[in-house]
Write a protein of this length. Structure first.
Length: 134
């Protein structure tokens, strides 16, 4: 059975990912109390689980707080993602990182068109910029 680790499993998105995961997968919920993605020790922690896929739903997403504390926003939304990518590659896991429409700002909203992979990023705030950088 393939194994998927869901980081941020107690949040809204993480909970939904777990609820809608295929029954053919072993889905392992992860809590920050087990290992905080902004801290060292990720290689050891993730190696011990040995997931095939790491699904990252973590985020510092309070837009107003991101503006007040951009260092924390970048630590969680950018730097931790870079660390996860390095760790995933070293243990042979696939990293699925979930971003946000905030990386596109208001573009597309006037016509109510969905964003695509070719949509041009235009973040309007620290949250969107830090997620784009991640």
């Amino acid at each position: 059975m393939r194994k998927a680790l869901v980081l941020g499993s107690n949040g809204q998105l993480g909970t939904d990912v777990i609820l809608h995961s295929p029954e053919t997968w072993e889905v392992i919920p992860h809590l920050r109390s087990e290992w905080d993605v902004t801290n060292d020790g990720g290689l050891e922690y993730l190696s011990g689980i040995n997931p095939d896929v790491i699904i990252n739903t973590t985020a510092f997403h309070n837009v107003d707080e991101c503006e007040k504390n951009p260092e924390l926003a970048r630590s969680v939304n950018r730097d931790a993602v870079e660390g996860l990518a390095i760790i995933a590659e070293s243990i042979g896991a696939i990293l699925v990182h979930i971003s946000t429409d905030y990386v596109f700002g208001n573009s597309g909203s006037e016509n109510y068109e969905p964003f695509t992979e070719s949509s041009v990023p235009s973040p309007m705030n620290i949250y969107g910029k830090s997620k784009l950088e991640g």
